[in-house]
Design a binder for this molecule. Structure first.
Ligand SMILES: Cc1cc2nc3c(=O)[nH]c(=O)nc-3n(C[C@H](O)[C@H](O)[C@H](O)COP(=O)(O)OP(=O)(O)OC[C@H]3O[C@@H](n4cnc5c(N)ncnc54)[C@H](O)[C@@H]3O)c2cc1C
Length: 400
């Protein structure tokens, strides 16, 4: 029997990769909860920061872009940079893409992946089934990578949770639960600022606590972008253009530079359209650092060092750490011990070669875990346009 390729993940990258492999005639088994990160781990009512053209899940055939979904669903076409994409529309687009191109998706979890004695990989599913795959594509996205800084985590020994004084933003889908309450949101990225605006609109009294002066900032609207710089899915700038269209050489840069760029390029900045929903509605404390959080009586109090060097206390009913995601192979607990020890890593992320293959032949990574090798583009849906065809081509040549 021909062994299939296993694709672990049914978010934008997993679905896109599976569609490309199938188009090459490669048998696949695809696992995961479709679009779950978007459905359960982002706030309801969110608008995508990415523009419609930068929100396409790449497919090998034409007719599967966001605008094609809009036409098929009979809803208003989302085309220009000023058309904002509601998260509900994007989730429906992902489901539509899955139904059309990956209908055989299996909604089960992969519990373990190990090397198989006779070659390939042995996978165990939470249905109890064991099977062998000739290659494995890991497209598990944000799963398991939520990051809470130590000073906030210390206040919640059992881990962040919506029912404890501190949660991570990925645990806050329904912000209306904070209506009438005092809420602190820690962070300065789009996720922090949009979470704060949505919670304020739902009736919470919200304060954003961000580290550093001028850290809470918003991008320029499309009509104010500099005209003489090249266009990219993220705005007009030479750096963004190079990282968007030429990520090939990225993995050859020194590790320090790669990790710096992944963190800094397209780093914390609110979307242009969020400014008017935020300013005047959300309080902002720009601080030098958060010293600690006390939550002995169940209500959190942040002790911060101000930019002027003083100590200040900030109290609330709840703190949301909108402090992002950190790739860490250790969090991919489904990867067997032997595989993990054989994988070359760079600061917790797998080191990938041409075609997104790791140091273990047949084991591929795409999406966020590929960002330290292929650049910040991999953190966004539009990175699938670069990644999926290349990964599928490499896999077909090596294992087809
Ligand atoms: C608040 C927020 C807003 C964002 N906004 C944007 C935006 O506007 N535009 C943009 O381009 N990007 C945005 N992003 C980034 C975006 O989330 C990622 O680019 C995208 O989701 C990555 O897709 P993915 O397919 O790699 O992973 P995910 O979408 O995270 O999907 C992971 C998949 O893996 C599956 N999975 C995990 N573990 C297992 C397992 N053991 N077995 C089986 N399946 C498993 C899950 O079920 C799921 O199907 C945003 C992120 C956040 C947090």
């Amino acid at each position: 029997m021909i062994q299939p390729v296993a694709v672990i993940g049914a978010g934008p990258f997993g679905l896109s990769t599976a569609a490309h492999l199938k188009a090459r005639g490669i048998p696949v088994r695809v696992f995961g909860d479709p679009m779950v990160s978007w459905r359960d781990h982002m706030p309801a009512g969110m608008l995508l920061k990415s523009t419609p053209v930068a929100s396409n899940i790449d497919a090998p055939q034409q007719g599967h872009n966001l605008v094609d979904y809009c036409d098929d669903a009979g809803i208003r076409r989302l085309v220009t940079d000023e058309d904002l994409v509601p998260i509900e529309t994007f989730i429906a687009y992902g489901e539509w893409f899955r139904t059309k191109l990956v209908p055989e998706l299996e909604q089960v979890r992969v519990v373990s992946v190990d090397r198989h004695q006779g070659g390939g990989f042995e996978l165990k599913l939470d249905s109890g089934e064991l099977f062998t795959a000739r290659a494995v594509v890991v497209a598990t996205g944000l799963s398991g990578f939520a990051h809470v800084p130590a000073e906030l985590a210390a206040a919640v020994p059992d881990g962040p949770d919506p029912t404890s004084p501190v949660s991570h933003s990925s645990q806050e889908h329904d912000l209306t639960r904070h209506a009438g309450k005092e809420l602190i949101v820690v962070g300065a990225g789009q996720s922090a600022l949009e979470t704060a605006a949505l919670a304020a609109e739902a009736g919470a009294r919200v304060r954003v606590v961000a580290r550093g002066r001028g850290k809470v900032a918003f991008g320029s609207p499309p009509w104010k972008q500099p005209k003489l710089r090249p266009e990219s899915p993220f705005g007009r700038a030479w750096s963004l253009w190079a990282l968007s269209y030429y990520p090939h050489p990225y993995r050859h840069l020194p590790a320090e530079i790669r990790h710096y760029l992944v963190r800094r390029v397209l780093g914390p900045l609110g979307a242009w359209w969020l400014r008017e929903r935020f300013e005047g509605k959300v309080q902002v404390s720009e601080v030098d650092r958060i010293v600690r959080v006390d939550a002995a009586d169940g209500s959190p109090t942040l002790t911060v060092r101000t930019l002027a060097g003083r100590t200040q206390s900030l109290s609330a009913d709840h703190v949301i750490a909108a402090t992002g995601y950190r790739v860490d192979l250790a969090a991919m607990d489904f990867l067997g011990h032997e595989l993990r020890t054989r994988l070359a890593v760079s600061r917790g992320a797998p080191k990938l070669g041409a075609g997104y293959v790791s140091s273990v032949p047949g084991l591929y990574f795409t999406g966020l875990p590929a960002a330290s090798s292929y650049g910040p583009l991999m953190r966004f849906v539009c990175g699938s346009e670069f990644a999926s065809p290349r990964l599928a081509r490499h896999l077909a040549a090596a294992h087809g």
